[in-house]
Design a protein. Structure first.
Lengths: 250, 342
């Protein structure tokens, strides 16, 4: 069971969250607050694992509330999902490792995917800190990407990416259900992504190795990478040695 | 010019002239600095009452200095006192000095008139651009409420039948409004942004026409940064639905395509609707504000260097075609890039 606190100064906003969370059976709402001090007191008293936090609250803003919460106590601070009508704090929220950034109004599906991510993160936090997890935390590679797409703020875990393709000055990031067009370079993305997980197979494509089904030699002697969903990507000669290396390793 | 009754060497003569024009140069500069603004607006009365005495004073002063500088001309000081020489030179040079003074005065006024003319010209030009801008702004702003109210009506209708769908559509509308508001009154935007808006709009239409229409967007990769007027395609796509796709019960198809043709951008919106017979024309009062608005804005932005037409293809599909001069944006938008370790 995940204990959650809802912090929002608007009654109707809290009501909506409460209604939508009713279908999330794992979530138990342990309290609601409407001001900054109420929120801080409530979190200290109930020690929830998850906090739904509005950014604009009477008293202080959401970020100040979090600083206050984590300064006082020795307990681990809760995972945070921001719910707000403003998109300008997204980068800051991302930097303090918020689980997600929901722009109001949000849909049931959008909330459900945030809750799912929170659940995974909370599980991870509950595991006794082993030497392995400490190593991951110091990884120099990006764990998530943040960007705006179609009027939403996306905190995309890199593991959700299936492939990335270049379109001149842009890249297209494909996940299971969506594609996002970003103004970004392949080289820049490639150096931020973990090479254990992602492989550049062509000047214009990067694949997530977890989604690669096979590497095929075509009748004309060229190589092609086939993804689990059936997508086929051609592979250039200069990148072939890399995938051979990967095949022999795995 | 100077009348000499005896031989002077050429060097002295040239330095004499040089000093004369140098002195006038300094005097004119002083006048410009001291009286410039008053000269610029001088009336005839001012010119006569102040300019005339000033010209005489200036001529006399210049001559006095000059005579002091060249004591050997035209006679040696042994033969004539300073005042003798001054009287001679003043008499000989008064007319040419006056010509120099009034020449410079005329030049000041000429420059002023030219500047005023240029200012007026650029002000007129600015006014014209502002007028065009405000027309474009008005046309652009006309689209927002139009589109907003249509969507609100759909949501209002959905609320009676499918609350979850109404909820989703409200979220989609909010996302659309968010990017529209952020864009503000910018007229030309990169095609990638227009297409992002269109994708969101199409997702909303898809909800209204639950699976009856397949949608496809196809943009050549080097055209993502091509500039287009904001909200160019939404009215056209809305039309494709209203006059074509909405009349089908299944298997509708909508294709939006952007391609490069020589140095022009070509955008087509193709729908497998019911052919052109139901299509609106400009004279048809039933036609929405949308297409007329697009036509007007294209004309304001590109003059006659653009085209928009509606044709029926061999297959029976109806295609709206727009061509524009290809301009590539050099101020790319940033999508808030960032990343983090866990």
């Amino acid at each position: 069971m995940i204990h959650a606190v809802l912090a929002d100064d608007e009654v109707l906003a809290r009501q909506k969250l409460r209604q939508l969370l009713r279908s999330e059976t794992e979530i138990e709402i342990v309290g609601e607050s409407a001001t900054a001090t109420e929120t801080i007191d409530l979190v200290r008293a109930t020690k929830p694992e998850l906090l739904f936090l509005d950014i604009q609250m009477p008293g202080m803003d959401g970020f100040d509330i979090l600083t206050e919460i984590s300064s006082g106590e020795t307990m681990p601070p809760p995972c945070v999902i921001f719910t707000t009508a403003y998109d300008q704090y997204a980068l800051r929220a991302f930097e303090i490792h918020a689980i997600d950034y929901l722009l109001k109004p949000f849909t049931r599906e959008r909330l459900a995917s945030s809750v799912e991510r929170a659940r995974k993160q909370i599980l991870l936090n509950q595991q006794p800190a082993q030497n392995g997890s400490a190593g991951v935390a110091r990884s120099p590679y990006a764990n998530r990407l943040v960007f705006k797409s179609r009027g939403r703020i996306i905190f995309l875990p890199v593991s959700d990416i299936r492939r990335i393709s270049a379109e001149e000055n842009y890249v297209r990031i494909c996940t299971q259900s969506e594609t996002h067009l970003l103004r970004e370079t392949m080289a820049h993305l490639e150096e931020r992504l973990d090479p254990e997980m992602f492989l550049r197979v062509h000047r214009s494509s990067i694949v997530n190795l977890q989604h690669v089904k096979e590497v095929r030699t075509e009748s004309d002697g060229e190589y092609a990478v086939v993804l689990i969903n059936g997508d086929k990507l051609s592979m250039s000669r200069s990148y072939r040695s890399r995938i051979n290396e990967w095949i022999t390793h795995s | 010019m100077r009348l000499f009754s005896y031989h002077v060497n050429l060097g002295t003569l040239i330095s004499g002239w040089g000093v004369q024009y140098l002195l006038w140069g300094i005097l004119c500069w002083l006048f410009w600095w001291w009286l410039g603004p008053r000269f610029q607006q001088a009336t005839l009365f001012y010119t006569i009452t102040r300019g005339l005495p000033l010209s005489i004073v200036a001529s006399v002063v210049e001559e006095m200095i000059w005579v002091a500088c060249f004591p050997n001309m035209p006679w040696n000081p042994k033969h004539a006192t300073y005042w003798h020489r001054f009287a001679f030179h003043a008499n000989a040079e008064l007319i040419s000095n006056m010509v120099i003074f009034w020449g410079a005065f005329g030049l000041f006024r000429g420059v002023t008139y030219y500047q005023k003319y240029r200012d007026r010209e650029s002000a007129a030009e600015k006014l014209k651009t502002e007028l065009v801008n405000s027309q474009m702004r008005a046309l652009r702003m006309q689209l927002n409420p139009h589109f907003l109210f249509n969507t609100m009506n759909s949501i209002s209708s959905l609320m009676h039948t499918d609350i979850a769908a109404a909820d989703d559509m409200l979220e989609q509308l909010s996302s659309l409004l968010r990017i529209t508001l952020k864009r503000g009154e910018v007229q030309l935007i990169p095609l990638s942004e227009e297409m992002e808006f269109i994708e969101m709009y199409l997702a909303m239409q898809d909800r209204r026409f639950t699976g009856r229409v397949t949608q496809e967007i196809c943009v050549e990769p080097d055209l993502h940064d091509a500039l287009v007027p904001a909200m160019l395609l939404q009215p056209i796509i809305e039309n494709a639905y209203t006059h074509g796709l909405s009349k089908l019960n299944k298997d509708g198809r909508l294709v939006v395509k952007a391609s490069r043709h020589h140095k022009r951008l070509k955008i087509t919106v193709t729908n497998s609707g019911t052919g052109l017979k139901h299509a609106p024309t400009r004279d048809n009062p039933r036609q929405g504000v949308g297409i007329a608005n697009v036509q007007d804005r294209l004309r304001l932005h590109y003059g006659s260097d653009q085209s928009i037409s509606l044709v029926q293809l061999q297959t029976g599909d109806v295609e709206a075609r727009i061509t524009l001069p290809l301009q590539i944006s050099n101020q790319p938008t940033v999508n808030l890039a960032g990343d983090s370790a866990p």
